[in-house]
Design a protein around this ligand. Structure first.
Ligand code: FAD
Ligand code: AMP
Length: 475
């Protein structure tokens, strides 16, 4: 007899594992299938985010930032250390340890919440039947009342710069280098390209980032992008805009990268080339042809606003469906779908999803950019506050950047908040809550912020929108 579940989730990344836990918390009999295998041969829950994305990248960003600060900043604080050395094996051991702990934590959460974590491949057939093939066994059929597809995404490969796992690599490989490449090339100055470029540049690599677009960080507010772009240049990151890569060839471990820019055809030589040109939805072997699941022209599973596919009681969430490829977006979709299955009202507010780039300075925003507000035609006002005027930022020796608040002229509603500077990824939390509650700048103006804290910069930017900044000259 086939196994029966109320909910079967395929994929245990941040979208799938959260959906499974929430469903089980509703008292639904739930299984979550995942086949992720790490480079050490071990299977692990957590998907891209925990194994090869958000978490390992942040671990390396922290290590490399500390190394950089020890070299360049400690002296200012009066600290002398002698020679500062980086042990890459030690750094990578820490990274792997954090990943192991967190992915093991999901297995623990599954047990605590009574989710059956099944290791192997899942495939949706017809009539909500799921074929489960364990990594070490024969396929079996599971009957599910509800199925949630959460298969995630994979790096996009360029036909003229194919991954070879050694010289031309994807972001996962670039997180696991065991030595500092002398010269590193990155194709794509998006979030992943900038974070990986920062890690290895801080450790001493000469990093060149080639970006086809002419505008730096085209999706960010222009003021924020401009501050960040200048600072990255000062740090030695060689970001070449309007540079469209056309080929990459490897000879004796040296990668020759050809690109076209406004001046004509150019080439650079690097020791490692990281291709970071975006990710594509991953749905290989996820559903049978007769399952009824449809994908769009770019391979995303088609869903409505509530993540329902065309097949009754089959949902899809996370990177394999439309919307920003972000862990927190997938997790919230997981919560929504589990709640809907349990008969509750639920929705995701797609207008209020924070974006964070964990470079130094960090970049974070939520809501509309100034250009988007301008385009909408709604009269607006802005207020900015530089970290150079923040006591806490000065004490931290991190004064680059600012907070910018954009609000409606008529009813003062906050429309967007853009931050470049220390802890921007943490500071944006207040702005996310403000937008979620449709707060006005006056709401933030009249909220007490601890002193001295970086959050005072958010307070002052909100005040500045009405020319009421208290610790900075109003313009
Ligand atoms: P995934 O995390 O990709 O998980 C999908 C899982 O499904 C995988 O484990 C896969 O093995 C499994 N699977 C797929 N098909 C099957 C099948 N048929 N059977 C069994 N198992 C299957 N996002 C952020 O929000 N913040 C960050 O700081 C951030 N940093 C990133 C850094 C890097 C280098 C990268 C690459 C990504 C980063 N992201 C970040 C993006 C984030 O990792 C993804 O948005 C997130 O992992 C998507 O979650 P998901 O659950 O949809 O898919
Ligand atoms: P993201 O989607 O945020 O990961 O960013 C990927 C970046 O790669 C985008 O900014 C693209 O413009 C850039 N890109 C894509 N193809 C090329 C190419 N052939 N040469 C240079 N940059 C590219």
């Amino acid at each position: 007899m086939s196994k029966k579940y109320d909910v079967v989730v395929i994929g245990a990344g941040p979208a799938g594992y959260i959906a499974a836990i929430r469903a089980a918390q509703h008292g639904l009999k739930t299984a979550c299938i995942d086949e992720w295998q790490n480079r050490d041969g071990k299977y692990a829950f957590g998907g891209t985010c925990l194994n090869a994305g958000c978490i390992p990248s942040k671990a390396l960003l922290e290590s490399s930032e500390l190394y950089h600060r020890a070299q360049h900043e400690f002296k200012k604080h009066g600290i002398s250390t002698g020679d500062v050395n980086m042990d890459i094996a030690g750094m990578q051991k820490r990274r792997a340890g954090i990943v192991r702990q967190l992915t093991g934590g999901i297995a623990g959460l599954f047990k605590a919440n009574k989710v059956d974590g099944l290791v192997g491949h899942g495939k949706l057939l017809t009539d909500r039947q799921v074929e489960f093939t364990p990594v070490d066994g024969e396929p079996e059929i599971i009957d599910a009342k509800h199925v949630i597809l959460a298969s995630g995404s994979a790096p996009i490969e360029l036909p003229f710069a194919k991954f070879d796992g050694v010289d031309i690599v994807d972001s996962w490989d670039a997180l696991e280098f065991d030595a500092i490449p002398e010269r590193m090339g990155v194709i794509g100055a998006g979030v992943i390209g900038l974070e990986l470029g920062s890690v290895w540049a801080r450790l001493g690599s000469k990093v060149t980032i080639l970006e086809a677009m002419g505008d730096f960080l085209f999706m960010a507010d222009r003021d924020v992008a401009s501050v960040a772009g200048k600072d990255f240049k000062k740090q030695g990151l060689d970001i070449r805009l309007g540079a469209k890569v056309t080929s990459a060839t490897v000879t004796d471990g040296v990668v020759t990268v050809a690109y076209d820019d406004a001046q004509g055809s150019q080439r650079i030589e690097v020791d490692k080339l990281v291709v970071a040109v975006g990710r594509r939805p991953y749905t290989d072997g996820l559903f049978s042809e007769d399952s009824g699941i449809a994908t769009d022209g770019r391979g995303f599973i088609e869903v409505d606003d509530e993540c329902r596919t065309r097949v009754k009681e089959v949902y899809a969430i996370g990177d394999c469906v439309r919307g920003p490829m972000l862990a927190h977006k997938g997790s919230e979709e997981g919560v929504m779908v589990a709640d809907l299955i349990a008969g509750e009202l639920a929705e995701v507010n797609y207008n209020v999803i924070p974006s964070v780039i964990y470079t130094a300075p960090e970049i974070a925003w939520v809501g509309k950019t100034e250009a988007e507000v301008q385009q909408s035609g709604r009269p607006y006002k802005t207020g900015s506050f530089p970290f150079a005027a923040s006591g806490r930022a000065k004490a931290m020796e991190q004064t680059t950047g600012m907070v910018k608040v954009i609000a409606a002229e008529d009813d003062d509603e906050i429309l967007g908040v853009h931050i470049v500077g220390p802890m921007a990824g943490e500071l944006i939390g207040e702005a996310v809550l403000a937008l979620e509650f449709s707060a006005s700048t006056e709401d933030i103006q009249r909220t007490i912020h601890a002193h001295p804290s970086l959050s005072e910069a958010v307070h002052e930017a909100a005040l500045a929108a009405d020319k009421r900044a208290l610790n900075y000259m109003n313009r």
